[in-house]
Each structure stands twice: as C-alpha cells, then as structure tokens.
Design a protein around this ligand. Structure first.
Ligand code: NDP
Length: 451
C-alpha cells in the first residue's frame, strides 16, 4: 500500500467518474469521489435521462393523433408541470441510487468542489488530500456564445425546469441537443424554429440520413432555418427578437442555445499541474488515459472521444483494469460505437457514413430503403422509415448501418453487435426476418441501390 491517503481520488460524479470509483473500490482500492453537485452528472440530471422522458412525452402526443385511425376518439390535454415534476422526482430517486451504489462499493463521497494542487494532491473543503492517482472526470458544460443578447438564451440545463412551456421557441444549433429539443418541444405543441449555421444539420452523420431527417422533421412542423447565424437578441415584455445574419428576424418567448459543450475545467486547478490540452481544448491522454502528468488520468467528456455516456463508462472500466487490475483490455473501437438522436423520428447509426466509407474502400454496395411502416397506414399519416446498409464489396462486410424511424436506437443497438464483430451482408441475407415488423426490412434488402 502506498503512503498516500487514497489510491484514487475521482473528481466528478457523472457516468465515467462514478463507474471508475465503484469498480476500483470494489477491487479493493481506497477511493474518494468529489462531486459538488448531484450525483449522476449531465446524463442523469440534465441530459439523457430527463431528455428521454420528454421525448416519450412528445411521442405520446403523436400517438394520440395516430390512435384516431385505430378508433380512439378521446381528447387529451398536456400538463407541463406534471411531466417536469415527475421527471424531477425520478431524477432524485436516481441520485439516491448512485449514492447507495457508491456507499456499497466503499467509495468515500466528498460532496464539495475539488481542486488539483499537484500530481498527488487535491484540496477539498479546505483540506488537502494525498492520492496515488487523480482521475479527472468532470464532464462538460454548455458552450457560451458572445453576441449582443447571447446571455438571454437558455442552455439545455434550464430546459428541464421551465416554469411554463413557451408559445414559440427558437433553437440555435444543428447537433444532437438542438435537433432533439426541437422535435420534443414541437411534439409538445410549441411553435419551434431551428436555426443552424450550415447547409444541413447533424454534420458528421450520413448525408442521406440527414436529408431524410430534414424532410421528416420539417413535415412534422419544425421550421428549419439553415445557413444562418444569430447575431443579436433583444427582449421586451417576455418576447425575444432574434436577429439573423441573413437579414431575417424571428420572435420567440424562449431561445435555446445548443451549440456544443466544452470540458468543465472551472476551478479545477489545471494551471497548477502539467496537463496538456489539444487544440480543441480537450485533455490529451495516452492509451491508458494518462495525461502529461502520469498520476493524473482523464476520461469521458474531457477527452476527445465521443461525448456519450456508454463511452465514458467503457473508458472508466478500461482505466480501472489497466491501473488497478493489471490487465490490458483491447482498446475501445470508437468506430463501432452506436449512437441515437432522439428526434422525431428517432435516428440511430453505427459504423461509417457513406462518405467515410467511400474514402476508405474501393468498392461499396449501398442498400437503401424508405417505406411507410404498417402502423402509419391506419394512422393515416405519411411518416416514413429509412434504412441504409453500407457494405464493403471486397470483404462483404457491413461497415455502416443508418436507420430513422420509431425506436431506431433499439434496432441499431442489436445491429451494432454484428458491425462490431465484422458481420457480412451474406450473414444478414441468411437471417430470417420477424414479420410483420419494420426491422425485418434490414435482413430483406437484396437490391443494390448504388455502388
Ligand atoms: P454537437 O456538437 O452535437 O452540436 C453542436 C452544434 O452547434 C453543431 O451544429 C455546430 O455546428 C453548432 N455550433 C458550434 N459552434 C457554434 C457557433 N459558434 N455558432 C453557431 N453554431 C455553432 O453538440 P450538442 O450541444 O448538440 O451536444 C453535445 C454533445 O452531447 C454531443 O456531441 C453528443 O455527443 C452529446 N449528446 C448526445 C446525445 C445522445 O446520445 N442522444 C443527446 C445530446 C447530447 P457545426 O455542425 O456546423 O459545427
């Protein structure tokens, strides 16, 4: 045992930090975890979990409409405080579960802000603590913009506790958070406009999937305003005048800024140690999550890997294996990380986009299908589902799967196992579908759409 008071002090009680602390402590390490706010981090408190509840709520609204074609005729009234308060109670319950998981694992919780004082020293609540290793798992915070009136925008953090829903909403950004909130609030009856600086939102996703989502999301009523930047916001009597650089003006009771998230280094003391950052501001780590000071480790949203809860958790487990269990698990295959955007319709994807695959392989077979799922026929709406497989012609391997439609994430999670394992198109073809489902389409796509 070392002379330090702890083997590991984790700073940050989000998905990555809590998992690292628990697994290390269960293995016998002396672990403390500092968290100044609620346990669970962004994901539990102001991210994935409450967002998913809101997304379910928005889908109910759609479902009630669709149910008319199935013979239901009742009227439904949406009560925002019920959704907001039930969500808050559930989060509180989850905070408690996180606390008891840490307790059971034997992790000492330090419910204060922590500052790094040196390679083996952390100050917490006026005390200096020594530790063999420090783990930075502080996650991110909403990126702030700087134009006249920018401070009048709210971030996604505030969206979960609004007193009332606005009549009109402007969402600024074209990434996950912008597209998800635009769909959710539109679904809940808010007049929603999404403003994005580029040609087409969801940069980095498959181009054809993005175009499909543009058409479906705008058909559901979200106004999409691309190729524009917000340059000023003025507020008068609760109404925001939002000025865009294309000369137009929008009016809304609420403006949501969703322009990305940056690592949350506030007051962390990075100036007192040698922890190198890359040019985007993320902490540089080696393949064992060591920063330029080897006793200081970092993972999750503070390093330049996908900002996703399951990624932070996988990194935490791997970090503990390397530093506390003397094991060296294979590196995480970031290319086969499946991800979903909980817009309406849901979109989910794993592997390469067609654009990436064209760069990498000489020949491809692309299979695309867009169809009206059975459920929508009686519902009498025109919503469609999109499925796309990208196959490397030489090896027959499926290198990319892109889906938009109801519960796309549920389908793609299963398909991701195959992509991760190197599944071939022939193996898809040999698989018998489940009828009648939308998902059976994925194993019955036989005609090459293009090469
Ligand atoms: P994203 O990085 O996904 O998107 C940021 C958006 O803001 C992009 O459209 C970007 O434009 C735009 N933008 C960036 N800087 C500016 C600027 N200065 N002015 C105007 N627009 C700007 O970030 P989010 O905030 O949406 O989400 C943060 C992360 O959280 C995501 O990357 C994701 O990893 C994670 N997340 C995951 C979810 C999920 O798994 N379902 C849900 C929500 C978040 P451009 O594209 O042109 O660069």
């Amino acid at each position: 045992m070392s002379d330090y008071q702890y083997d590991l002090i984790v700073i940050g009680g989000g998905s990555g930090g809590v998992r690292a602390a628990r697994v290390a402590a269960i293995g016998g390490a002396r672990v403390a975890l500092a968290e100044q706010s609620r346990l669970g981090g962004t994901c539990v408190n102001v991210g994935c979990v409450p967002k998913k509840f809101f997304s379910y709520a928005a889908h109910f609204a759609e479902g009630f409409e669709q149910s008319r074609g199935y013979g239901f005729q009742s009227e439904h009234h949406f009560d925002w405080p019920t959704l907001r308060d039930n969500t808050a109670s559930e989060i509180e319950r989850l905070n408690g579960i996180y606390q008891s998981l840490l307790d059971k694992a034997g992790v000492e919780l330090l419910p204060w802000h922590a500052r790094i004082e040196g390679p083996h020293e952390v100050s917490v609540n006026g005390k200096r603590l020594t530790t063999e290793r420090i783990l930075i798992a502080v996650g991110g915070k909403p990126r702030q913009l700087d134009f006249d009136g920018a401070s009048k925008m709210v971030s996604s953090n505030e969206m979960f506790s609004l007193d009332t829903l606005p009549k009109r909403l402007v969402v600024y950004g074209g990434g996950y958070i912008a597209v998800e909130f635009a769909s959710i609030l539109n679904g809940l009856g808010v007049d929603t406009t999404l403003v994005y600086r580029g040609e087409l939102f969801l940069k980095g996703f498959d181009q054809e999937l993005r175009e499909f989502l543009r058409d479906e999301i705008s058909a559901k009523g979200v106004k999409l305003h691309f190729n524009a930047n917000i340059v000023g916001i003025e507020e008068s009597e609760g109404v925001h005048q939002v000025s865009l650089d294309d000369g137009s003006t929008l009016e809304a009771e609420l403006v949501l800024s969703a322009v990305g998230r940056d690592p949350n280094f506030d007051g962390l003391g990075l100036d007192s140690v040698d922890v190198a950052l890359d040019e985007s501001g993320f902490i540089e780590v080696d393949d064992a999550y060591r920063t330029s000071t080897p006793s200081i480790l970092a993972l999750g949203d503070v390093i330049d890997t996908p900002q996703l809860t399951p990624v932070a958790i996988a990194e935490a487990i791997r970090m503990v294996a390397i530093h506390f269990e003397q094991r060296r698990p294979a590196p995480i295959n970031y290319e086969a990380v499946a991800t979903a955007v909980f817009c309406s319709p849901n979109a989910a994807t794993v592997g390469l986009t067609e654009e990436q695959a064209r760069q990498r392989y000489d020949g491809l077979r692309i299979y695309v299908s867009s169809f009206r799922p059975l459920m929508h026929t009686l519902a009498k709406d025109d919503a469609r589902c999109f499925m796309k497989l990208i196959v490397d012609d030489a090896s027959d391997r499926v290198v990319g799967v892109h889906v938009a439609g109801a519960d796309a994430g549920e389908l793609v999670q299963g398909l991701a196992i195959g992509v991760q394992a190197g599944i071939t198109k022939q193996q898809y073809d040999a698989t018998i579908g489940i009828h009648p489902t939308s998902a059976e389409e994925i194993v019955t796509m036989r005609e090459v759409t293009r090469r």
